[in-house]
Design a protein around this ligand. Structure first.
Ligand code: SF4
Length: 469
């Protein structure tokens, strides 16, 4: 058993987040997160679960949890930890899956994710750190803020009329049918910590034994945003917080439930084809695209408005029609309004592991910022196509076989500068050997119904094809 002041074996020996912080966490002095992490690590180690444990981290003060636990870990987008943990747990049925979330993450933006994971009785343990405010972003009002508690955004105190009542998540979860354990503990004094240890151990045993969903709410002091010193913050939990958030075990039916294991069933092509009205020919791999390797990874980048995303779409569509596995991952956001937009496309003969393209085989850069950003990431044997109508100089650190293509000029000659992306399509198709010109012409003919548009785009694709000779 790890002693109170010993480092738990489930923690890394040193934390690599910052060279200056190798032995300390990023939590503020007196913060309850650190105590909770220590209890979790001790119990994971004591139960021998370290090799099975996968921690899903949140957005919030717990965001760097992966720096501390020597277990597998995944970071989730804000509020999505319970949803990500669902996938983790189902894909790894032998794992002990932990979803670690704070008030804003679980009880505000991610409420629906959390409740539905609980209602499905997923095999996971959720640690819900309730410190009554949004911690990381500076102490704004959260769904868990106490009645009359002041915060950055409730300087006169929480008003029931305006802001509703504090959300009692542990009681809510206990009211659902599926969860086997729901409790509220605190980490503010030795007595409460001893009780927290017991409950956390039981929750982890639930996971070890595959008994379903366990929810543990942890009242945790946030001295920084409560504007109290650590001692006052600990006392405030006893004196004030527990009045509105009583400690206790609200549901424990662990001993009444049998272990549960969901069966993973892969849906075969025939079943999907039937639903989509496809024929057996659609799964015929003999029609697949010839490629230099089994998987090609593309990055298309340029200004918003240059047709970057639709260039990726066209390549994806062409590849899908040849029964290839395809992913298309756009980068949306403010960059769509004239900044740098990009999309990643993966075309493969096999199931694709990830749609993310960090080191592309093919880079198309339609503006200079894109070439500067992605060019240095290219492998030496990669193909780089840049729009020489807009880029007059190639940065020295761009790698790969670099080709200048005056895409905008060629498109203008074909009828419209907007067809620069189609010029690129012709060029890339020929350079990679993936498609014939007739494939492209047929595709454009089917895509552009209006004769004038069709004519311009066919001219543009031919111009790109010829430039690749
Ligand atoms: S802001 Fe509060 S919850 Fe966040 S690390 Fe500091 S004390 Fe802990």
């Amino acid at each position: 058993m790890t002693k109170v002041f010993e480092k738990s074996p489930a923690f890394f020996d040193t934390f690599t987040r910052k060279p200056s912080m190798q032995k300390t966490t990023h939590y503020c002095p007196g913060c309850g997160h650190g105590t909770l992490n220590k209890i979790m690590a001790d119990q994971i180690a004591e139960l021998g679960l370290q090799d099975q444990t996968i921690i899903v981290g949140p957005v919030g003060c717990g965001v760097f949890i992966y720096y501390y636990f020597e277990c597998a870990s995944v970071s989730a987008a804000h509020g999505r930890a319970s949803a990500v943990a669902t996938g983790v747990s189902r894909a790894n049925p032998d794992s002990v899956t932990i979803s670690y979330q704070g008030d804003g993450d679980l009880a505000a933006i991610g409420t629906s994710n959390a409740i539905h994971a609980a209602n499905r009785g997923e095999n996971m343990i959720v640690f819900f750190v309730n410190n009554n405010i949004y911690g990381m972003t500076g102490g704004q009002l959260a769904p868990t803020t106490l009645i009359d508690q002041t915060s950055m955004t409730s300087p006169d105190g929480r008003s029931v009329l305006n802001d509703g009542y504090p959300l009692r998540m542990a009681e809510m979860m206990a009211g659902l049918e599926a969860p086997v354990l729901s409790a509220r503990v605190a980490v503010n004094n030795p007595r409460n910590i001893r009780q927290a240890v017991k409950v956390i151990k039981r929750g982890l045993e639930v996971q070890r034994d595959k008994k379903g969903y366990a929810f543990i709410e942890v009242l945790s002091q946030c001295p920084t945003n409560w504007k109290k010193d650590p001692k006052e913050a600990c006392e405030w939990i006893d004196d004030v917080v527990c009045e509105q958030y009583p400690l206790g075990i609200f549901k424990d039916v662990v001993d009444e439930r049998d272990p549960q294991k969901r069966q993973f069933k892969r849906v075969g092509f025939a079943a999907i084809a039937k639903q989509l009205g496809l024929s057996e020919a659609d799964g015929d791999s003999s029609q697949q695209v010839e490629m230099a390797q089994d998987e090609m990874r593309f990055k298309f980048a340029g200004f918003g408005g240059q047709g970057i995303l639709s260039l990726g779409m066209m390549l994806s569509q062409l590849s899908m029609e040849r029964n290839m596995e395809v992913t298309w991952l756009p980068s949306y956001g403010p960059e769509m309004r004239g900044g740098v937009a990009n999309c990643s496309v993966v075309v493969s003969k096999n199931a694709i592991g990830s749609p993310v393209v960090d080191n592309p085989n093919v880079l198309v850069a339609l503006n200079r910022p894109s070439l500067e950003k992605f060019g240095p990431l290219m492998p030496e044997e990669g193909l780089v196509v840049y729009n020489s109508s807009l880029i007059d100089q190639v940065p020295a650190d761009v790698k790969g076989h670099v080709f200048a293509l005056p895409a905008t000029d060629l498109a203008s000659e074909a009828g419209t500068a907007k067809a620069a992306n189609v010029v690129v399509l012709g060029f890339v198709a020929r350079k990679t050997g993936m498609f014939d010109l007739s494939d492209l012409e047929t595709f454009l003919g089917e895509t552009f119904k209006k004769p004038t548009l069709r004519e311009v785009n066919v001219k543009a694709v031919r111009a790109g094809w010829d430039a690749a000779e």
